[in-house]
Design a protein around this ligand. Sequence first.
Ligand code: ADP
Ligand code: MG
Length: 323
Amino acid sequence: MDLAKKKEENKEYTIEDLPGVGQATAEKLRDAGYTDLIELAVASPKDLGELTGIGEGVAQKIITAARKYANVGQFETGDVIFERRKNLAKLTTGSKELDTLLGGGMETQSITELFGEFGSGKTQIVHQLAVNVQLPPEKGGLGGEAIFIDTENTFRPERVVQMAKSLGLEHNEVLKKIHVARAFNSSHQMLLVDKAMELAKKVPIRLLIVDSLTAHFRAEYVGRSSLAQRQQLLNRHMHDLLRFADINNAVVAVTNQVTTNPGQLFGDPTHPIGGNIVGHTATYRIYLRKSKGIRRIARLIDSPSLPDGEVVITIKEEGIRDP
Ligand code: ADP
Ligand code: MG
């Protein structure tokens, strides 16, 4: 079908619809992480040319065409956004102190990033969230179910059982409301967000966990030359997650490792993977540090609406608690 006709009929275009883009070029574009017209429309000719190997000139032509036909979206009036934000809800972390730091708990319609070194408690916290989301609102839950995208094989039903028991919940019922999928690589991980969207149409999913957000990306895209491509894909992944959060009025919690750079003398010696891409899309970022024994320090960083600050939490057999 030709482009003009499709436009008339208000159809969505695919990359192949663009003039000069055949199957081979479409494949190169998709491999580089450009899967729909809007992503091409906002790309820079230099990046697109380099990442796909099609050259800057051809890239510019594709971008110009994509701008013409992309569904760029519409303006929303403030009252519509106000109405949607009225439905914002908060999910308890298990620690009152941490909830207070977050303005009442983890917020729906946004992404919360937990970052920290190995053993800092990221996986423990997301297990706790998967249990807590099932609690009724008066107990800090959202009365819903959870999806757990597991990239490092760290989901442990036994841990869920311990946490559920300590809240007086029937642990088998709790386990039935946690939908777990292993992601074998970064592409699979991204596809699982589409699957999550489908599942959320049938089941009241109010929490989506990705543990870890960045491990596959870090392992697969090594070195400077693949950095731009990795960032492009992570950017797209983050926006898919944010869309999930918005549509389902859900909490999205993602974990991220840090690489320690002991040689660095000033500032924070740790760097979350994915750097500014992940940081700019996540609404809330919590930096976790080990302290004595079962204690962990949680610090809120760069929040648009809350003051920065830090609290101490503990990881016990019953789960995440105040000291
Ligand atoms: P990360 O995901 O940041 O690498 P984890 O969330 O896996 O770290 O945290 C691991 C820590 O959690 C362990 O070092 C241990 O202190 C604590 N932990 C794990 N399981 C239990 C348990 N059943 N009871 C108490 N503490 C636990
Ligand atoms: Mg972990």
